[in-house]
Write a protein that binds this ligand. Structure first.
Ligand code: C2O
Ligand code: CU
Length: 527
């Protein structure tokens, strides 16, 4: 093979299949379309930006030799300033959509994929029928019109497919882009100094074709892990930078892989933003844990680097706490995948080469923004938070014992408009008569709620394996606004949020896309 691989072993010796549109695990959901979505352009909606976005199978020259079969979004700006739509030439990813807060946008989504498609605007606070719930998936040849006002704080959001049971393979094949909400005038690195870093892992066969899961339940149970790190859709990419200060907008766009990001030059990771935009002030960390779906904005100053320097962003080794056996902890990680690509191994993610002259060194601001703290005492359930147990039950990933039903909402998933609530998420399930087969296997779950941003108020590690915690403990960013957080085995996390502006059904789920596809997803309804 000509390609260098970051991860030691390739997936040799394991039976793998190439991802083709007609995979056996893609079961048809058989749902009748009884749902009224937005299939036509609304006459009374006057957008500042109008974009055509087509999801289609395509081919790309990623490596010498055969082209790689991918899925990608083709885009066209029909109305608005050009800067709103940036393509990523040569990449399967993109486009990057950039609009200012308060603007109105229309996206005409056309599905040319062999299976159903739908676009989720991850992190945006928009009405349920615009959010990309799987119930609004359209068939090949159909279109869906997304029309909404961008009310989120300036920050780094993203979009990706969300059809029931086949989100994992569609994202894997290449569908994902950034949705950047721009601020008015922040004094931060901009233009060429404002760089997106979308981190993913993939596996390619000897014909340069993408290889997805082993087509069995165990592979899906664990989640896809590849042996090749891709940055912005490119393998082995070295970014040429100057001795300047950069704003790196990092997205973990991987299906299942968790990163423990650190610099190899001994400097701290300086976090300036989270899922929901800029922090109040910068926070320095020796390393940063970034789970699938999460974003982090990093401040990086290369101004004192030597001309010959190559600085690497790495993912350090850690223990992810995966275990099998009652209550977890009996048999340690690596049980399921033992081919050298398991979560928690260390490798380089991206290389930055000081190759350009010039310099634009900036001073790190002492503060960026104000974050209005939600007072947990003001929650309607401040004394008895709703509890959501994420665990494995009879070889299924479940939430409070349940899996996804397209429009199913339980009583414990209904909330009232204009109320503040505390929700507690627990990784694992201890007892209460659900039988011996409950909680046999534990894994980390990145938890994501659609439709809003929340604040993390408590991270309880008392139920965790201490040895696991020690390897990740300095990497959690619980400040600021979030829409996704990492829930490690045995961990409990409390969040507080307000349900406002929109009524209706949104999903919440595990953002390990294979877990999501297996049904570790539920609806909540704002009534
Ligand atoms: Cu980024 Cu429901 O997902
Ligand atoms: Cu999960």
């Amino acid at each position: 093979m000509h390609r260098k691989q970051f991860l030691k072993n390739s997936a040799k010796g394991v039976v793998l299949i190439t991802l083709l549109p007609s995979l056996a695990f893609c079961t048809t959901n058989g749902q009748q379309k009884t749902i009224s979505g937005n299939y036509e352009v609304s006459k009374n909606f006057d957008p500042d930006f109008d974009i055509e976005l087509t999801a289609t199978p395509s081919e790309l020259q990623l490596f010498p030799g055969n082209q790689t079969e991918i899925y990608s979004y083709q885009s066209k700006l029909l109305k608005g300033e050009k800067s709103a739509l940036e393509k990523l030439p040569g990449s399967y990813l993109g486009p990057v959509i950039r609009v200012k807060q308060g603007k109105k946008i229309r996206i005409r989504f056309k599905n040319q994929l062999p299976r159903e498609g739908v676009v989720h605007w991850h992190g945006l606070h928009i009405p349920p029928e615009m959010d990309g719930h799987p119930m609004y998936a359209i068939e090949n040849g159909e279109q869906y019109i997304y029309e909404f006002e961008v009310n989120n704080r300036p920050g780094t959001y993203w979009f990706h497919p969300h059809p029931d049971k086949i989100t994992g393979p569609q994202v894997y094949q290449g569908l994902a882009g950034l949705f950047i909400v721009e601020g008015e005038n922040d004094d931060l690195p901009s233009g060429e100094y404002d760089i997106p870093l979308i981190i993913q892992d993939r596996t390619f066969d000897n014909n340069n074709q993408l290889v997805y899961l082993q087509n069995n339940r165990m592979g899906q149970m664990q989640g896809f892990l590849g042996n090749q790190i891709m940055v912005n859709g490119f393998p082995e990419r070295t970014m040429e930078v100057s001795k300047s200060t950069y704003r790196l907008r990092i997205l973990n766009g991987s299906n299942s892989r968790i990163y423990k990001l650190a610099w190899n030059d001994g400097k701290d990771v300086i976090v300036i933003g989270t899922d929901g935009g800029l922090l109040e002030k910068p926070i320095k960390k020796p390393y940063l844990m970034l789970a699938p779906g999460q974003r982090a904005e990093i401040w990086k100053d290369f101004s004192d680097a030597e001309n010959t320097d190559e600085i690497q962003l790495q993912s350090l080794a850690f223990t992810d706490g995966t275990s099998m056996g009652m209550g977890g902890g009996m048999m340690g990680g690596g049980m399921m995948q033992s081919d050298g690509v398991e979560n928690g191994i260390g490798f380089n993610v991206a290389r930055f080469k000081i190759a350009k002259s010039g310099g634009n060194s900036k001073t790190l601001p002492a503060s960026f923004s104000t974050i209005e703290k939600i007072d947990p005492a003001g929650a309607v359930n401040s004394n008895s938070p709703r509890q959501f147990f994420f665990y494995n039950q009879r070889m299924e990933w479940v939430i409070n014992g349940e899996t996804f039903g397209m429009t199913e909402v339980a009583d414990w998933e209904k909330v009232k408009l204009n109320t503040t609530e505390i929700w507690e998420f627990i990784n694992g399930y201890n007892g209460h008569g659900r039988g011996m087969m409950s909680d046999m296997m534990r894994m980390p779950h990145p938890i994501h709620l659609h439709g809003l941003q929340f604040q993390i108020i408590d991270r309880d590690i008392s139920g965790m394996d201490r040895a696991v915690w020690e390897t990740v403990k300095d990497g959690f960013m619980d400040e600021g606004w979030q829409d996704t957080f990492l829930l490690m085995p045995g961990m409990k996390v409390k969040i507080v949020m307000k349900f406002k502006d929109f009524q209706g059904i949104y999903v919440y789920h595990c953002h390990n896309l294979e877990h999501e596809d297996m049904g570790m997803m539920r609806n909540y309804e704002v009534v």
